[in-house]
Ligand binder design. Structure first.
Ligand code: ZN
Length: 114
């Protein structure tokens, strides 16, 4: 599927993703996996915080198929035990490789290839 900037092909996502939107999606997926949570477990944690974000919605959010409201962002951050600002920011350099694995290698922790 290709999206042309400026068009509203899918009514539910009228605003194109920007840098921050992609970072939020990536951060949620990365943190969820680091916590060892399934999309079901994260959805359940968010539900306990008083928000409704279905497992399907969590998956869509992570794959940039669904944008996040500020209320959902706050609840997702709390469920992942980080500040909302953390989800909006670029990920910190990988602690294992510092974002720069040895030439020709792929970091087992963050997946970055040199
Ligand atoms: Zn790494």
């Amino acid at each position: 599927m290709t999206d042309t900037p400026g068009t509203t092909r899918r009514p539910r996502t009228p605003t194109p993703y920007g840098v921050t939107g992609h970072q939020v999606a990536n951060n949620i997926g990365r943190l969820r996996k680091r916590r060892g949570l399934s999309v079901y477990a994260l959805s359940d944690l968010v539900h306990r915080l008083g928000r409704q974000v279905s497992p399907d919605a969590v998956s869509k959010i992570e794959h940039c198929k669904r944008q996040v409201t500020v209320d959902d962002l706050s609840a997702l951050a709390a469920a992942l035990d980080v500040e909302p600002q953390y989800l909006l920011s670029p990920p910190p350099p990988c602690e294992a490789c510092k974002g720069a694995p040895h030439p020709g290698f792929t970091c087992n922790t963050c997946g970055v290839s040199a």
